[in-house]
Design a protein around this ligand. Structure first.
Ligand SMILES: Cc1ncc(COP(=O)(O)O)c(C=O)c1O
Length: 490
């Protein structure tokens, strides 16, 4: 096995004194010394220590770097909870048309009618899919949608003169749920899961009080299971006057099959980058539209796109609104891609997306389960969580080892160590856009890896330019500037 070391050197290290990409012709106008053109304080005594390289050096360096990334366009990417489905290229093309990209948010509304109609129709479609009548397209990510919806709920309770302090969250929830609740000013109480991986309704009952503001639920949950008692759960929260928030990260499993509003949700967010083919970026730009019930609509952020006759306009005159949460109309480029996706599929197509996502996940589950236990059930929705806990006890092979070794075989790793309630969790979400051939190859590879020597797996990946960086340090203390003295720190 060969570690891929092409271009792991930085441009500064590749620098060769005197190398040049461009040679400019001799100046044909009279030259003046710099000292006459710039104040003394702006002049440096030494030229900056920039790398010196030829054009092919630079092009090869960046082209090589670009091949190091794994993406849905290059690899199978079953990153559980993230729904890394293939994004049709036509959505990109439509969103890049001059009529879209040349618009400016400060244009008068009369000249933005096409875009406003697109946004209005998007609101309508999201409302229909949610079974909730009012939509805001403003939030910039799922987590931002959570925060915006919780601020909307807080404004509602304030307006009703109700002092409610607590948000209840299942222990399998995504970390953004408690983070959003705390940011919105609530206290958080965790609710336990049962051995089957569903919400422990007895624990929930014990924790619901008149102070309960919101119960945040992910359905299907982060184990890929549909909360079968969701009707009873939402009724119990409503009985004390609380609201139910649906974390819509897993909407891909239920599109057109059931609607959050129909099973009792009062608020929810969408993750268009998971469900509606928005690009996944390193934290953005994204979108996290929210949908709410009629009684919560007055508190949504401004502006909302409204229709008046055959015209569309931005409505800022909403006195109970929580105000703005994002500049202009939200991340419009992502919303345009979402609109194209929704219109391309239509109601039947969306339902088929969900059905195929569930079918693919169950096919892969059936292939993986014989050699890698899946502690919570033989049947899943759009994803499942496998656990090499036994492999760890017997051979010392961890979820991280398996995940890292998959990279050597050209597969992206699944999500690992989430949800926290499963030991050595490996959360696998194939999505509907993968073929049977790919799923078979993935399952066979995973099996082959579980048979490999532990020592080999502990050192994996072996073929990537960097093997196992310190992921926490890399995220918390990134070294973004050329500092030769720190080169060895990685
Ligand atoms: C279950 C769940 N909820 C919420 C989020 C947050 O969404 P975003 O990444 O768009 O902020 C995620 C993201 O992965 C998720 O998986």
């Amino acid at each position: 096995m060969m570690r891929n070391t092409r271009a792991t050197q930085l441009l500064f290290e590749l620098s060769r004194p005197g190398a040049q990409a461009v040679r400019l012709p001799k100046c044909d106008v009279p030259e003046k010394p710099l000292a006459e053109l710039l104040p003394a304080g702006a002049l440096q005594s030494q030229p900056p220590a920039l790398p010196e390289l030829s054009e092919p050096d630079v092009v090869r360096h960046f082209m090589n770097l670009s091949t190091y990334n794994m993406s849905v366009d290059t690899h199978f990417y079953p990153l559980g909870s993230c729904t890394m489905k293939y994004n049709p290229k036509r959505n990109e093309r439509l969103a890049s048309m001059p009529g879209m990209v040349d618009l400016h948010p400060y244009q008068p509304e009369a000249t933005l009618q096409g875009l406003l109609e697109l946004l209005y129709r998007s609101q309508e479609m999201l409302a229909e899919i949610a079974g909730l009548p009012a939509v805001s397209l403003q939030p910039a990510a799922g987590a931002h949608g959570e925060l915006t919806a919780l601020l909307t709920a807080a404004a509602y309770f304030r307006d009703q003169d109700q002092r409610r302090t607590t948000v209840l969250i299942p222990d399998g929830a995504h970390g953004t749920n408690p983070a959003s609740a705390i940011m919105a000013g609530f206290d958080v109480k965790p609710v336990k899961s049962t051995a089957e991986g569903l919400i422990d309704v007895e624990d929930l009952k014990a924790k619901i009080t008149p102070q309960t503001a919101v119960f945040m639920v992910t359905n299907p949950n982060t184990l890929g299971l549909f909360e079968q008692r969701i009707g009873e759960i939402t009724r119990r929260v409503h009985d004390v006057g609380g609201l139910v928030y649906l974390d819509g990260a897993n909407m891909n499993a239920i599109l057109g099959v059931t609607r959050p509003g129909d099973f009792g949700a009062d608020l929810m967010h969408y993750n268009p980058h998971k469900t509606f083919s928005g690009p996944h970026g390193g934290g953005g730009p994204g979108a996290g539209p929210i949908a709410v019930t009629e009684k919560l609509a007055p508190y949504l952020p401004v502006p909302i796109v409204v229709q008046q006759g055959d015209r569309y306009r931005l409505d800022y005159n909403r006195p109970k609104s929580i105000g703005r949460v994002r500049a202009f109309f939200g991340n419009v480029g992502v919303l345009v891609r979402m609109y194209c996706y929704l219109r391309t599929h239509g109601p039947d197509g969306l339902r088929q997306v969900a059905e195929n996502a569930v079918l693919n996940a169950n096919y892969l589950l059936a292939k993986v389960k014989p050699f890698l236990p899946v502690p919570h059930g033989d049947c899943c929705m759009h994803e499942f969580v496998a656990s090499p806990a036994k492999l760890k006890a017997e051979k010392g092979i961890t979820a991280m080892d398996l995940a890292k070794r998959l990279l050597d075989y050209g597969f992206h790793a699944p999500t690992v160590y989430f949800p926290l309630i499963v030991k050595e969790a490996m959360m696998i979400e194939p999505t509907e856009t993968e073929s049977k051939t790919t799923l078979d190859a993935y399952a066979e590879t995973l099996f082959r890896i579980t048979e490999e020597p532990a020592g080999l797996l502990h050192e994996a990946p072996h073929t990537t330019p960097v093997s196992r960086p310190d992921e926490v340090l890399a995220a918390r203390k990134p070294v973004l500037r050329w500092m030769p003295e720190r080169r060895d720190e990685g």
